[in-house]
Design a protein around this ligand. Structure first.
Ligand code: SF4
Length: 186
C-alpha cells in the first residue's frame, strides 16, 4: 500500500506538471450524447436579467406576462443569483458607471454562459451613442451571442432572439464550448 508521501510525490511528478485540464478535454464525445446534452441545456435555461432602461419594460413583458409565457420555451426567469444562470439578457442603456458591475456579475455566471444584448442602447449605445457617459455597446465589456435590434424591441423580438440562441446551443460542439479556461496543475 502506497504511503501518503509517495502519493503526493506522484501528483507532483513531471507527468502532471503544467498539464492543462478542462471540463471537456477532447472532442471525442459520441454524437448522440452531445445531442442529448445540448437538447437538455437548450430547454432548461435560467435567465439572469439586467434591466437598465426603457427596454427593460419590454423584457419584463416577455418574461413576466402570461401573454408570452416564456416558460413554454424552456426558459426559467428570475434565478436567485448569476451563479445559477445560463444566460444573461442586457436590456437598456449601459453607462460607463454601470459597466464594471455588469462585467462582475457576468464573471460570476458558470460556464457555459451566453449573453443576449437587447435593444439599440445595449447593442451600440443607441440614441446616446455620442454621450460622454454611455458605453458604446455591452460587447465592449462582455461577449455577446445574440443581438436583438430595436428601440425598443417588442417582446416577440426578444423571444425570437432566445429561439436563435437555443438553435445555436443545439448545434454546439461541446468540447469547444465547455472546455473553458484551462486549470494548470503545477
Ligand atoms: S434602445 Fe431605445 S427603448 Fe431601449 S433603452 Fe435605449 S432608448 Fe430606451
Amino acid at each position: 500500500m502506497r504511503g501518503e508521501k509517495e502519493y503526493l510525490n506522484g501528483l507532483k511528478s513531471s507527468s502532471y506538471k503544467g498539464k492543462h485540464m478542462g471540463l471537456v478535454e477532447s472532442g471525442k464525445m459520441p454524437k448522440s450524447l452531445t445531442k442529448l446534452l445540448n437538447m437538455s441545456r437548450r430547454y432548461s435555461m435560467w435567465v439572469y436579467q439586467w434591466g437598465l432602461a426603457c427596454c427593460a419594460i419590454e423584457m419584463g413583458a416577455a418574461f413576466a406576462s402570461p401573454r408570452y409565457d416564456v416558460m413554454r420555451l424552456g426558459v426559467i426567469p428570475l434565478p436567485a443569483s448569476p451563479r445559477q444562470a445560463d444566460f444573461l439578457v442586457v436590456s437598456g442603456t449601459v453607462t460607463d458607471k454601470m459597466a464594471p458591475a455588469v462585467r462582475r456579475l457576468w464573471e460570476q455566471m458558470p460556464d457555459p454562459k451566453y449573453v443576449i444584448s437587447m435593444g439599440s442602447c445595449a447593442n451600440c449605445g443607441g440614441p446616446y451613442w455620442d454621450s460622454y457617459s454611455v458605453t458604446k455597446g455591452v460587447d465592449q465589456i462582455i461577449p455577446v451571442d445574440v443581438y436583438v435590434p430595436g428601440c425598443p424591441p417588442r417582446p416577440e423580438a426578444l423571444l425570437e432572439g432566445i429561439v436563435l440562441l437555443q438553435e445555436r446551443i443545439m448545434n454546439e460542439d461541446m468540447a469547444e464550448r465547455w472546455r473553458g479556461d484551462p486549470i494548470v496543475v503545477e
